[in-house]
Design a binder for this molecule. Structure first.
Ligand code: NDP
Length: 327
């Protein structure tokens, strides 16, 4: 059987992660990367793979089985997603939770008439965490679901810190409150306020002449981002920022705590500890690209999410192998 031919649209952190994950997938080959930048300026890990201008992508319709969209959720995907879903089978990591229903509708109306499959909002949250929330609710209908994130670098909150006057550079970590997680693990079913679930930790390089007290106050009082949390601000040098805060770790835990009809406590827990958020997210996208191709081959078209995909479709192994090895 021939390999599944993959294209990457947009080459940032996630695009690079997809290139790495395909290198570990013997049933797939990366046939090209598409970028809005001048292709000559985009350096891949493997220089044998061609980089093309995004504008030329329609010419490659017959050469790509699944296109993995690696643009940002805020500005890139709402525009690129529907346009590309009308031309290719796609997988993306659209993660603006509140607007997923609208995005799903737009992708469905683009993909379906053209006979393509659009696998949207793949990754770990949304993605693997969504699946685990579903398993929890379906299996323990009487109970509560808790999601804690971190320790992880939050891109959105880091951007917010960097926009504060007097901040030269900085990052923000989200930390789960361990005491709250313990209570949930013990089956207590606590009602937790925002402040009780997560803490925020900032590492900031001050601009020349900036007042540390003032910067700290402006960060911790910022509405939506920090005001509802216990936030600590640490001032560090540029060298320390480069040395200690360049990685993009993340992760978290989904816990479903429920009771059976006899009153017995049951707790389900799913944990991720990720050294690199984009490398892991990309690996999830690649596994779902395999499922997307299989679904399209079997006539399933239009917008799909992780909630619609049978787990066996993610694996390069056959059903017979999986039944023998994993059941
Ligand atoms: P990046 O900012 O690294 O890349 C986004 C786009 O920006 C790229 O596709 C690329 O497009 C462009 N770009 C990248 N580098 C440069 C550069 N040096 N100069 C100019 N343009 C550049 O974002 P990430 O890859 O880190 O994240 C992408 C999205 O992944 C996030 O917005 C988030 O929505 C999603 N995500 C989802 C998760 C989930 O669990 N569902 C988890 C983590 C992330 P081009 O090549 O066309 O210029």
């Amino acid at each position: 059987q021939r390999k599944i031919r993959i294209g990457i649209a947009g080459y940032g952190n996630l695009g690079k992660g997809v290139e790495m994950a395909i290198a570990q997938s013997p049933d797939m080959e990366l046939v090209g990367v598409f970028s809005r930048r001048n292709p000559a300026d985009v350096q891949l890990l493997d220089s044998n793979i061609p980089v093309h201008a995004q504008n030329d992508i329609a010419q490659f319709r017959d050469q790509i089985d699944v296109l993995i969209l690696c643009g940002g959720s805020k500005n890139d995907l709402p525009e690129q997603g529907p346009a590309l879903a009308a031309m290719f089978n796609i997988v993306d990591s659209f993660d603006t939770h509140a607007t997923i229903p609208e995005y799903h509708a737009a992708m469905d109306s683009a993909a379906k008439p053209a006979g393509y499959t659009a696998m949207i909002s793949v990754g770990w949250d949304p993605g693997l965490f969504s699946l685990n929330r579903l398993y929890g609710e379906a299996i323990l209908p009487v109970g509560a679901t808790y999601t804690f994130w971190g320790k992880g670098l939050s891109q959105g909150h880091s951007d917010a810190v960097r926009r504060v006057p007097g901040v030269k550079a900085g990052v923000q970590y989200t930390l789960p409150a361990e005491a709250a997680i313990e209570r949930v693990r013990n089956g207590e079913l606590p009602e937790l306020a925002t402040r009780e679930k997560h803490k925020r930790e900032c590492y900031v390089v001050l601009a020349d002449g900036a007042d540390a007290k003032e910067v700290e106050q402006n960060i911790v009082s910022m509405p939506h981002y920090f005001a509802d949390y216990d936030t600590t601000v640490n001032f560090i040098s540029e060298q320390e920022l480069r040395r200690d805060h360049a990685a993009m770790p993340h992760g978290g835990v989904v816990i479903r705590s429920g009771t059976s009809d006899a009153g017995t406590t049951q707790v389900m827990e799913y944990t991720l500890k990720l050294g690199s958020n984009p490398e892991f997210t990309a690996a999830v996208l690649v596994a779902y690209a395999r499922a997307t191709w299989r679904l399209n081959q079997s006539g399933v078209i239009g917008a799909q999410t992780v909630l619609d995909v049978a787990p066996g479709l993610l694996s390069p192994k056959s059903g017979a192998e999986l039944r023998k090895e994993l059941l």
